[in-house]
Design a protein around this ligand. Sequence first.
Ligand code: C2E
Ligand code: MG
Ligand code: MG
Length: 689
Amino acid sequence: MASAKRDKKKKKYFKLRKHRIWLPIIMFFVISVMIFFIMLLLMTVFAEASVQSKLTSEYSHIMAVTSVYNTENGQQAALDLMEKENWTYILRDKNGKVLASRGDDTCGEKESLLYMEYNDPDDDEDTVKVVKVPTYTDTERSFLSADSDGDIELEYMKLLRNMAENDELKKALSSDKDNEKSLGQAIETIKIPIWLSVPTDGDSTLIVKVNVMAQMTDIAAMLVAILAMIIVMAIVMIIIFIHAVSNALYQSKVKKLFFNDISTDGRSWMWFLFNAEHILRKRKWAKTRFAVVDLTFINYRSFCLCHSIEEGDRVLTAIHQMIAKSLGRNEICARNSEGTFDLLLIEDSAQQAEQRIKELILQLEHTDEAHRFAFHAGIYMVEPVENTSGLFPRRKNVDIEEYHNNASNARSALDGREDSGVSLFDSKFMEDQRWRDTVQEQQQKALDNEEFVVYYQPKYDPRTEELRGAEALIRWQSPEFGFVTPYRFIPIFEKNGFITEIDHYMISHVARDQKRWLDQGYKCVPVSVNVSRAHFIESDLAEQIRDLVDSEGAPHSCIEIELTESAFFDDKKAMINTIMKLKAYGFSVSMDDFGSGYSSLNSLKDMPLDVLKLDAEFFRGEAADTERGEIVVSEAIRLAKSLNMKTVAEGVEVREQVDFLAQQECDMIQGYYFAKPMPHDEYEQRMKQ
Ligand code: C2E
Ligand code: MG
Ligand code: MG
């Protein structure tokens, strides 16, 4: 689920990263080319239409002559007529052989000639085309034609047939030509030579050169039309271009915002994610070790509080510049959040990376002359991946967020330290973290299901070896994890505050057991219950304990409260107050693990305690049996006695120690020599004995 979410996030990053600056530009060119061709087409159609309209009258003349030619004995008359009218023409038979011609300008020799073919009016397909012919040879007969309206043509035919029989035709044709000439003189014209072809009845083809007289006004109109089209095209192209450019600029602005860090003017975390992944995935770096470093300026918040956020940003910028300066090629850094920077370094080993970061921190500590800063860094090494053939393929599964998380976990081991430090990630970090999370998830359920059980460790009189007391010690019988020792979960509960629930639970269970044993007629001895330091914040702790014991109906005298030594560092006044109250309610109070800290003597001075528990460290290791060790223990016992306190020696495992403690008049021994912590039933048996 989480990885799917991460993949989605990644896709989003990549989409943003690969923003398409080219797309609008390509679109711009495609649209431009399309517009160009559309305009070219429009212009061609326009030109053809104008030429065609000009050709219609010329075509009628040729039709008239062809009609004459088609009449019986009309061939010579038609040729004479064309001779007279000074027409340039060719008459060909169906094989292309020239039957007659006039003028040196023939359509067979010219390039770019427009050739027009007349379709038989009887033919249904009345379409006529105008096409450019590059060359015209006898074999390649590419005929071209202009549209003709069947009706008009028929009228002409009729008229011309009549005219062919009399001399009027000459007049009609010449007057037409004269009119054209006079018109041509009046208006400035341009001649456009075009060849028109009309088939005659006798399988021959009459091809006549006509000059289309294009008037300047027509050309001007055409030029205006072309100009208008060019302007429209230019405007459209400019609009598209402006849009494309502004879009590209906008995108690059967004990208800059996204990938730049405003506070340091450096790179953002998002940028780091992309680029670190990019570097790590490269084939050329497949064999290289990288260090992902999570570096925190731990005084950032307090600095901003004392000064201002602007001042904080100024320091961050200076820190960023110093880090950036220390980077080599292909090494990157970016600010992650607040005072945290992430670095990707090329380092041969974790030790080298550690050394390098230590040196960097030494410089960073003096970023500001007036202040001394501290930095915590966590390092996670990204190792090359070797396959079974001993090769190093390109890293495929790169997860920068996970690497960063590992580095940051390594760094969190330094939490609470006020001086600078560097911590390397190892897999134990991850395991611990996972375990912490699991315990936190399960704690309430475990409590509700009574998975926590009370073990009792008896305390014996070293001289008489009689049972004189016991300590209640918690165990977790987890259906999932099995038997779990308190060292694995008590520190977690102490941190997250759940320890208060546990302490209540233990006091209630011990009081309940004691009450039942008393009711069953056992000679009960006091059982001590550990009360954690975290609990002492509550001012009504004594009342809480009293109420819990009372609700089980056990006498207060059979419960002893053990305070761990660290608890004495807190508010001394409140502590003394609670101890006094507990004693007033009839509970005895002991100091646990005496001697494991360094102000225990001082605490003894002020605390009106009943029992002193000598820490197991006194009886562990080689030093335990030396003369010096014995002097310390015997003096501690003497001190306790003179303060009216009983003594319990913890962690005693051997007979010699028992004898020595008996000699020193130690009141009780709690250790494996006599008994290990045991379940309720076993302890019951001990009581019977
Ligand atoms: P502690 O209160 O000092 O308990 C004594 C620890 O020393 C116990 O470990 C006990 O099993 C162990 N021990 C006793 N005799 C010997 C010995 O001869 N040799 C050795 N090697 N060990 C011996 P345990 O039960 O694992 O408890 C560890 C610590 O966890 C306790 O230290 C105490 O600080 C805490 N703890 C245990 N139960 C509770 C509880 O119910 N509430 C609170 N707040 N803390 C608890
Ligand atoms: Mg204890
Ligand atoms: Mg202890």
